[in-house]
Ligand binder design. Structure first.
Ligand code: SAM
Ligand code: SF4
Length: 329
């Protein structure tokens, strides 16, 4: 198992399939994009499947989420999903995506064995979407969401980041809309993981702000910690139920004590935390023909060194060298 010195066990693997993206969300990337990883540096489809197999068969991983960058840009995605779904024991498979292209791919991904999707959508207003993501693709995301529901990639969850002066007035409308469409909405606090290092604590919308805004229209009752488990979202029952809304307060109410994540970057580096500054190179081991058990041992060692928390509250906090899009969100 992937255990750390604080007794946490990582069972939830995030696999980044690419660092590239077709959007340029302001809280994530600069307008001009980033220096993308070179193709030979990316793990191949075979290498990804081998690492996922090691994780599920030797290390106790039960959940695998594909992310990026934008994972739908990875040409071999459906094949990777299909091969991971056939592993024993079979992991739960999900995908975090901006939704562009999901209209075309949702049914095939479901057929390949994907269970669920999280789609990122920050606004219901096309003009605000264009400002926030620097691309005019709002309609494509809405179409992707619909296709995901129709394909049975449910519950479809929506990730929303609120940015001051742009979409921070939209929380209640977004919740009403999500309930109407049977999407499960979760707000995520903006984190210092943007490539431009533009995040400031004073300039972010906090979980407290989000809840205050939602309460102008809804009655929210805490679902309670016993239902939360290791899930990062604190959930509230909306207007007495059955609908829920989640808030992922990574900055103001971190959930590090219950963290069960392990992360693999698109170039084969294990990270034990989003905010870690160290990585462990599994790609080098893979490419030097290391046996599975040796790779598993490296992975265990990487997780053993996981810190107690993200360090966000430390005045000495240093943002990781890689931005969120290159780590895998
Ligand atoms: N491109 C896909 C997407 O947008 O869903 C997957 C990768 S993206 C890095 C994963 C999630 O991270 C998205 O929900 C996005 O909104 C979120 N994200 C990106 N940068 C963030 C930041 N600085 N703070 C909080 N969330 C962020
Ligand atoms: Fe792309 Fe996702 Fe980053 Fe937006 S948040 S720029 S969609 S990787």
């Amino acid at each position: 198992m992937l255990v750390d010195t604080y007794g946490r066990v990582a069972t939830d693997l995030r696999v980044s399939l690419t660092d590239r993206c077709n959007l340029r969300c302001t809280y994530c990337m600069p307008e001009e994009g980033l220096q993308w990883l070179a193709k030979p540096d990316l793990l191949s489809d075979d290498e990804i499947v081998r690492l996922v197999e090691i994780a599920v068969s030797r290390l106790g991983v039960t959940e695998v989420r594909f992310t990026g960058g934008e994972p739908l840009l990875r040409p071999g995605l459906t094949g990777i999903v299909e091969r991971c779904a056939a592993l024993a024991p079979a992991p739960r498979l999900s995908l975090t995506t901006n939704g562009i292209g999901l209209k075309r791919t949702a049914a095939a991904l479901r057929a390949a064995g994907l269970h669920r999707v999280n789609v990122s959508l920050d606004t219901l207003r096309p003009d605000v979407f264009k400002t926030l993501t620097r691309r005019d693709r709002h309609r494509d995301v809405l179409a992707g969401l619909e296709a995901a529901s129709e394909a049975g990639l449910t519950p479809v969850k929506i990730n929303t980041v609120l940015m001051p002066g742009l979409n921070d007035d939209e929380a209640p409308q977004m919740l009403a809309w999500a309930i109407d469409h049977a999407y499960e909405l979760r707000f995520i606090e903006q984190m210092p993981l943007d490539a431009q290092h533009g995040w400031t604590r004073d300039g972010m919308i906090t979980a407290g702000d989000i809840l205050t805004s939602l309460r102008t229209r809804f009655t929210l009752t805490p679902e309670g910690d016993d239902r939360r488990g290791s899930a990062p979202a604190e959930r509230w029952i909306v207007d007495g139920g059955p609908h829920r809304v989640g808030v992922i307060a990574s900055v103001t109410r971190p959930f590090c004590r219950a963290c069960d994540r392990t992360r693999l970057t698109a170039d084969g580096q294990v990270r034990n935390c989003l905010f870690a500054r160290e990585e462990t190179d599994l790609r080098a081991a893979l490419r030097s023909d290391a046996p599975d058990e040796e790779i598993a041992a490296l992975w265990r060692q990487a997780m053993w060194g996981k810190k107690a928390g993200s360090g966000l509250d430390d005045p000495e906090f240093l943002q990781p060298d890689r931005p969120m899009s290159a780590i895998g969100g």
